[in-house]
Design a protein around this ligand. Structure first.
Ligand code: BG6
Ligand code: MG
Length: 222
């Protein structure tokens, strides 16, 4: 392996936006009159907005028309935007900047591969938009994670073969998508939850300095 590329998930890897998704979904559940807990919110990680609403409605045992669903998708996002438009660089998760600096030093290209349609706005808020070679987000795909489409498009943008792409993901659906895309999956978060990942770390500060150079010098094989 002499050329590698990296694809980063956004929510839960670069920034902790799950807490804002939670507040916005909880607001909707409150309006609909049922309890939505942080444990419920775990089910929505890495899942598209449309699918997230379906899961939320299943939790509340609520059936509504497609027109109402559209209305709730809009109002949930309006609520979410109230939080993310207040974000700044202080909300970048520990280890992110250091990791991007290492990649720049090694001349390894990286793109974003996120399910979020708000990804460009969030990256702009935290001042990271210009660092990525490309952005693949919820607007760019026809099939959501665990479908591999988001990462396959990312590999095309990197112009790197899928098997030489390293994906950083915090969600089960994302690890599954990376594996289906025939990429090297790195699970960020709970090792037991993300047991299908090729490598596991609790957070980005734990990535060893030589993690990428080892791939470049072909010292690591799957
Ligand atoms: C993912 C999050 O990154 O993006 C999910 O993990 C979220 O929780 C999904 O539902 C879609 O995000 P957005 O910003 O398009 O509503
Ligand atoms: Mg994520």
């Amino acid at each position: 392996m002499n050329k590698i590329g990296v694809i980063f998930d956004l929510d839960g890897v670069i920034v902790d936006t799950a807490k804002y998704h939670f507040l916005a979904w909880k607001n909707l559940a409150d309006d609909l009159g049922f309890e939505f807990t942080e444990a419920h919110n775990e089910l929505l990680k890495g899942v598209s907005r449309v699918r997230s609403l379906d899961i939320l409605l299943e939790i509340g045992n609520i059936t509504i028309s497609d027109a109402e669903k559209q209305k709730f998708l809009v109002s949930k996002n309006e609520e979410y935007l109230k939080y993310i438009t207040k974000m700044d660089a202080k909300e970048i998760l520990p280890g992110v900047i250091e990791l991007l600096d290492i990649l720049d030093d090694l001349n390894i290209k990286y793109v974003l591969g996120s399910a979020s349609k708000n990804a460009p706005l969030i990256l702009k808020q935290v001042n990271l938009l210009d660092r990525f070679l490309g952005i693949v987000d919820g607007n760019s795909v026809s099939k959501a994670k665990p479908d591999p489409e988001v990462f396959s498009i990312g590999a095309d943008k990197l112009n790197i073969k899928p098997e030489n792409c390293i994906v950083f993901e915090d969600a089960i659906a994302g690890v599954e998508a990376a594996n289906k895309a025939n990429m090297i999956s790195v699970g960020i978060g709970n090792k037991d939850t993300l047991s299908k990942a090729n490598y596991n770390f609790n957070n980005l500060t734990e990535i060893p300095e030589n993690f990428f150079s080892a791939f470049l010098s072909e010292k690591i094989y799957r």
